[in-house]
Design a protein. Structure first.
Length: 285
């Protein structure tokens, strides 16, 4: 008897090895898989600008990585005695303006250097809902606890996402012609938007990605379906009943490995996992 609808392992015409470089940007899937890859000693850079949720903000950091001059004054703001960036996560804020700018400029350089040699770019969309800073008519990556009256919430249209990403895909592949891009949709529900609104937003993301993937240089990985269809039971969720629990994350890692890793890579990964367990055991003594 079957008690769940198990997804078949996705087929992709490539495999990731330990010689490859992997860049991950976006929502929680990027964080979880980034940690998994780092733990197993892959060459990986995960969310160098912090966790990003909406497609515009993810596209913006890619554009600014290619051309840091695009990070203009309009993205910088002083609030609550700290310098903040509307293009970054709150962890980039600083009380000293010079250190704030230096930190960000260094990260642009590091990310561009990594992108030039990146073999696989994973982009995870979290939500189609964005917040526009009214004062500057600017879509923000993070509201930085500024009063919500300063922002206008709206939902992106499918054609907006497609147009933005057709342009950015072309630009990053000009920089790195061998680059393969894998899109995912975060399975984490944004229930603050509303139950029905969350479904609408996720649908927008899926329909946009469908137009962006060609299965030659751009692909889709079903992170959303793995949790929402395969593991559709609350025992696989964390206490907030929105984020994946530990077992779900581990299962996602297994599907990711089966999808993208060769047998040799998986064998090497398992050896490293044994070494990690031994090291951690030694530390506990």
């Amino acid at each position: 008897m079957k008690f769940r609808t198990e997804l078949p392992t996705p087929n992709v015409p490539f495999q990731i090895s330990y010689q490859d470089h992997i860049l991950l940007l976006g929502s929680c899937f990027s964080d979880h898989i980034g940690c998994f890859l780092e733990r197993h000693r892959f060459s990986v850079l995960s969310n160098p600008f912090g966790t990003l949720f909406n497609p515009i903000s993810i596209a913006n950091v890619l554009k600014m990585t290619l051309d840091p001059a695009l990070f203009s004054e309009e993205y910088r703001y002083f609030f609550d005695n700290r310098h903040i960036s509307f293009a970054h996560h709150g962890s980039f804020s600083h009380t000293d303006e010079n250190q704030f700018i230096t930190q960000i400029e260094q990260q642009w350089r590091n990310t561009k250097n990594f992108l030039e040699k990146t073999d696989f770019l994973f982009i995870t969309f979290g939500t189609a809902y964005c917040y526009r800073f009214i004062e500057r008519d600017l879509v923000v990556a993070n509201c930085h606890k500024i009063p919500n009256t300063k922002f206008e919430k709206f939902r992106l249209k499918i054609e907006e996402i497609v147009q933005i990403y057709q342009e950015i895909i072309h630009k990053v592949q000009q920089l790195n012609s061998a680059l393969k891009i894998v899109f995912t949709v975060s399975p984490v529900r944004h229930l603050g938007d509303g139950f029905h609104e969350n479904q609408l937003g996720k649908s927008v993301l899926h329909l946009a990605i469908e137009q962006l993937t060609d299965d030659k240089t751009t692909f889709y990985f079903p992170a959303y379906e793995i949790l929402m269809d395969d593991l559709r039971d609350y025992r696989f969720y964390a206490e907030d009943l929105c984020h994946p629990g530990e077992n779900a994350v581990r299962y996602m890692e297994e599907v990711f490995s089966d999808t993208f890793f060769s047998q040799a890579t998986q064998a090497q990964q398992k050896e490293i996992e044994k070494e990690n367990k031994f090291i951690n055991h030694r530390k506990l003594k």
